[in-house]
Design a protein around this ligand. Structure first.
Ligand SMILES: [Zn+2]
Length: 86
C-alpha cells in the first residue's frame, strides 16, 4: 500500500483529491459512498474494487481510498491529543 500519496480535502464533507501515481490529475475519492467504504475515480476502483464490492466480496480498497483513511485517522488522533491537552 502506498501511504505517501498526497491527500487534499475537497469542498464537501467526505470528498478528497488524492495524488495519482500514473496521471497528472489527482483522483477524486468520495468517502460517503458505499456506506463509508468510499469510491474513487481510478481504474483499479472502477474495474476491480467496485464490481467485487457490489458482489458482496471482500476486496481491498484502492490505494487512494486507503490513503484517505490513513489521512483521516491521523487527523482524528491529532484532534484527540489536542482536546486532551486543553
Ligand atoms: Zn483509487
Amino acid at each position: 500500500m502506498d501511504t505517501k500519496l498526497k491527500v487534499k480535502p475537497g469542498d464537501a464533507i467526505g470528498l478528497y483529491f488524492v495524488e495519482s501515481t500514473t496521471d497528472q490529475d489527482p483522483h477524486l475519492v468520495d468517502m460517503t459512498e458505499n456506506n463509508g467504504k468510499g469510491s474513487c475515480s481510478c481504474g483499479q476502483y472502477v474495474y476491480r474494487v467496485n464490481p467485487a464490492w457490489r458482489n458482496g466480496e471482500e476486496y481491498p480498497p484502492c490505494k487512494h481510498i486507503s490513503a484517505c483513511n490513513l489521512w483521516a485517522g491521523t487527523q482524528y488522533h491529532l484532534l484527540l491529543v489536542k482536546n486532551q491537552n486543553q
